[in-house]
Write a protein that binds this ligand. Structure first.
Ligand SMILES: [Zn+2]
Length: 224
């Protein structure tokens, strides 16, 4: 039997999803509730989809309060909304989260160098990127297994999410985040992004399986 990727339940929609596609919300030992974008902060964790609907549902049902057995003030929700970029599409929001987590490279030169070092997991091009940029990127990618897609976002939209003004190309360098970005794109346009999302899902599964085959090599991180 194939081992599955770790799943967690979203506190908003209550669906089970791969842990790495969800955002961890943490209550620190000092009692402060915040988004844990790297997923490693100490404290009690709860998981939620990076969608405003799910935050709204969780707030309404007081799901965080129950998960943490502690009150969660409105300001905390407001700060989540701000931090997540309330009005962005989910894919852009995941990109913005990737940037905050330090897991994204922006601009052709940086992207090419992390493609070369194979750190890139997903390369995304702006819909209006120059054809020369596209050519250089796809030719660098042709020798690799790295996932690639032309995003539905313009240079300005990508740049806005990434705090850069304009951005013609970017690379997500974390597998979980890359899979989450691809999944969000797939939800909006299944036909165009299904293959890319599928590729990243398979890679995630392969890596999880490899990890689980190596007992005793667990990292010291506390899983929650
Ligand atoms: Zn959800």
């Amino acid at each position: 039997m194939i081992k599955k990727v770790p799943m967690r339940q979203c506190l908003g929609c209550r669906e089970m999803r791969p842990k790495r596609e969800l955002i961890r919300v943490v209550r620190s030992p000092e009692g402060e509730v915040s988004l844990d974008l790297n997923g490693h902060s100490p404290g009690r964790g709860a998981y939620i989809c990076p969608r405003s609907e799910c935050f709204a549902k969780a707030k309404k049902s007081k799901a965080f309060e129950r998960a943490f057995s502690a009150p969660v003030p409105d300001e905390v929700y407001a700060s989540f909304a701000e931090e997540l970029g309330e009005n962005m599409s989910e894919a852009l929001r995941m990109l913005s989260i990737s940037r905050k987590a330090g897991k994204i490279e922006i601009g052709e030169e940086s992207v090419l160098s992390c493609v070369e070092s194979r750190k890139a997991r997903l390369v995304l091009l702006a819909s209006d990127a120059a054809s020369n940029t596209a050519k250089r990127i796809t030719s660098a990618l042709s020798q690799t297994q790295i996932a690639y897609a032309v995003s539905p976002f313009t240079k300005e939209e990508l740049g806005g999410a990434l705090g850069k003004g304009i951005c013609a190309v970017c690379a997500v360098c974390d597998l979980g985040l890359a899979a989450a970005v691809a999944r969000s794109l797939e939800r909006d346009d299944a036909e165009k992004y299904a293959q890319c999302a599928q590729q990243l899902r398979q890679t995630s599964e392969r890596i999880e399986q490899r990890k689980q085959k190596k007992p005793g090599k667990k990292s010291g991180k506390k899983e929650n």
